[in-house]
Design a protein around this ligand. Sequence first.
Ligand code: ZN
Length: 108
Amino acid sequence: MTTTGELARRQTMFREVNENIASLTNLLSATDYQLFICECSDNACAESLDLTAEEYMTVRASGTHFVVKPGHQQAGIERVVDGNGRFLVVEKIGRAADIAQADYPDHK
Ligand SMILES: [Zn+2]
């Protein structure tokens, strides 16, 4: 059984990977599509998403927001707040939000 805490921690780990992608690609072009990793809570998921570094940084501005592939959102720990054909932006709710925020002290 996977706990909410484990799910949230997995997402914050992928967030760090994606932040590195964003900061590297920012140097090249902020407006071209780059491959980011789906930040959903499925351990088996390693899907890629097309976002521009600019789009990603907009999502990243909030500590409780994550990018996931459409359909990968998980009811109960997050809700969809934005999105398009390429990706959804989900906001953590409840305990998952607390964990996501605690791991991200620079973005209160
Ligand atoms: Zn996924």
